[in-house]
Design a protein around this ligand. Structure first.
Ligand SMILES: [Zn+2]
Length: 543
């Protein structure tokens, strides 16, 4: 008996050591938990798609019997990245089209279109992204070559900004476009009594409106191809800003089938049928889908001088831009959105648009609150208005790569004085103590590490400018990481379920080949995601 006792004790201890079963143990990692103390750990345990425990490998290995062990080999692990402002579906549709961004000549474009047409043999050929300013011959092309290659199949290729396009005769026939035809706010180019195929501004829509609605199979393909690219850059949740309500079912079904694993926060577009649908339905919430917001457009973009400014553009006297709707429209919808308990997310870029919306928000929100109404972009904010974000708990939702894309010409549009309070992310962060970050892809690249880099370094991928663009508005690395994880989750009312690696939260996480909290600034953009997990399931492996 005396000899048996120590053995029994050992056995009891051994049993006690592996008290629980788990699906996965991630160890030998530098885990940035992004919890409230910004704690790091070396290991965590996953069970049933959720984080079960976080700590060090020794104690976790003693306690848990994990079916799978992931040895991170010292790599840095972060919560899955969240893009708080994107156009996921639109990006996916774009992937089905001919990508002409960066093409250098009309013959190169023709080659791309030919290659595409051989792989995609049916329906319209739609292309985007050409810019004749990048060509040696900077004149608009004509449609002759397209007509000879595609006498029957309609083709339309849009310029990079969408303000011009070239269509072939088959497409022009479908739209009923005739030589010499005129249109308000646009031009149908005619040369010697013949259509050249070039359409400018409002004329583009005459043809694009004739493009048939995508088939259900095309919609699914768009979502799934967008997803696979997003997994390679570590995104595990995307906010899709401005979908029609009909997409809600499509997304939900594709998620239920298990094909669409991406978690999505969907904002419905500002249209009556979307209000009718969601007001009747109430909030739609599943583990992977959350629909409780409306995306409203107050104005356009700064580049095309569509942003609505308080004072005229510095490079266009007497022109202030314009609001896309009468303010009455916003005044009418805001109380309805509030009464039904939904979130209002308004695109506002110019300081006048921001002011108009802040006033309308203030009238509905009354004071500090937790309704998390958002102003998307919040790009140019008058110094007189900035405190309103804090006073009314309005959330600025910003895209740091816009600052570094626009910096080359934003000063021309705004003048130096106004530029100082543009892209002022640090100032905006101070208002509520938190700020969600996004990209607005496909306007910018999908990569959240570019967001992180632009936010902290305020430089573009060429490393320009040396000291950073208006670097007083750079975010710290901790702030930028929070903006892509826990604060983005909070902007979606999801901070209790994701955005950090903490017990009870979804096991959405990424492993990187470098530690973005420590590498030299210049190494951030070349840092790669090596593995992406959603719900404890590996959805991307670089290998
Ligand atoms: Zn957008």
């Amino acid at each position: 008996m005396k000899r048996l006792l120590p053995a029994l004790l050992l056995l009891a201890a051994a049993c006690k050591q592996k008290e629980y079963n788990a699906d996965m143990l991630v160890k030998n990692a530098v885990v940035y938990t992004v919890d409230s103390n910004f704690t790091t750990a070396s290991a965590f345990v996953v069970s049933g798609g959720k984080i079960l425990a976080v700590g060090n490998a020794d104690s976790l290995e003693q306690k848990y019997n994990a079916r799978e062990v992931v040895d991170a080999q010292g790599a840095a692990v972060y919560p899955g990245f969240i893009d708080a402002h994107a156009h996921f579906y639109e990006y996916g549709m774009g992937l089905q089209e001919v990508n002409l961004v960066g093409t250098h000549s009309w013959p190169e474009i023709i080659d791309s279109v030919k290659t595409y047409s051989e792989r995609n043999t049916d329906g319209w050929i739609i292309g985007n992204g050409w810019d004749q300013n990048d060509w040696t011959n900077k004149h608009f092309p004509d449609k002759a070559k397209l007509d000879s290659l595609f006498p029957v199949r309609p083709v339309i290729l849009s310029r990079v900004d969408g303000h011009a396009a070239i269509a072939n005769q088959a497409a022009l026939n479908i739209a009923g476009v005739k030589p010499g035809q005129t249109i308000n706010g646009g031009e149908i180019e005619t040369n010697n009594g013949k259509l050249t195929g070039i359409l400018v501004d409002n004329a583009v829509g005459i043809v694009t409106r004739k493009i048939p609605e995508p088939t259900p199979a095309m919609v699914d393909t768009a979502l799934l191809s967008a997803q696979s690219n997003c997994f390679t850059v570590g995104l595990t949740t995307v906010d899709d800003c401005g979908l029609p309500y009909t997409m809600v079912n499509t997304i939900n079904e594709l998620q239920h089938k298990g094909d669409l694993k991406m978690r999505m926060y969907v904002m419905l577009a500002d249209r009556q049928e979307n209000y009718d649908y969601l007001f009747k339905h109430g909030i739609i919430k599943t583990p992977r889908l959350n629909v409780r917001a409306f995306k409203v457009y107050a104005d356009g973009a700064l580049g095309s001088r569509g942003a609505c400014l308080l004072k005229p553009y510095a490079d266009s006297a007497k022109w202030n831009g314009f609001l896309l709707s009468n303010p009455k429209h916003f005044e009418e919808i805001a109380p309805k959105i509030a009464a039904h308990g939904f979130q209002m997310c308004t695109h506002a870029i110019g300081d006048s648009a921001v002011r108009v919306m802040l006033k309308i928000y203030a009238a509905n929100l009354k004071g500090k609150n937790d309704l998390r109404w958002r102003i998307e972009h919040s790009q140019i904010v008058s110094p007189q208005d900035i405190d309103k974000f804090g006073e009314y708990s309005v959330i600025p939702s910003v895209q740091p790569t816009h600052a570094t894309s626009d910096m080359y010409w934003a000063g021309k549009r705004l003048g130096n004085e106004r530029l100082k309070t543009a892209y002022a992310y640090k100032q905006l962060l101070k208002q509520n103590g938190w700020i969600p970050l996004g990209t607005d892809f496909p306007v910018e690249n999908i990569n959240p590490l570019y967001t992180f880099y632009a936010a902290v370094e305020r430089k573009d991928l060429k490393g320009f400018p040396e000291g950073g663009f208006q670097s007083e508005n750079a975010l710290s690395r901790i702030e930028a990481l929070k903006g892509m994880t826990i604060w983005a989750a909070k902007a979606n009312f999801e901070e209790k379920e994701k955005g950090s690696i903490e017990p009870g939260k979804y096991a959405d996480f990424v492993i990187l080949n470098k530690d973005i909290m420590k590498v030299k600034g210049s190494e951030i953009p070349t840092t790669k995601v090596t593995k992406t997990y959603i719900n404890g399931v590996k959805v991307y492996d670089k290998k």
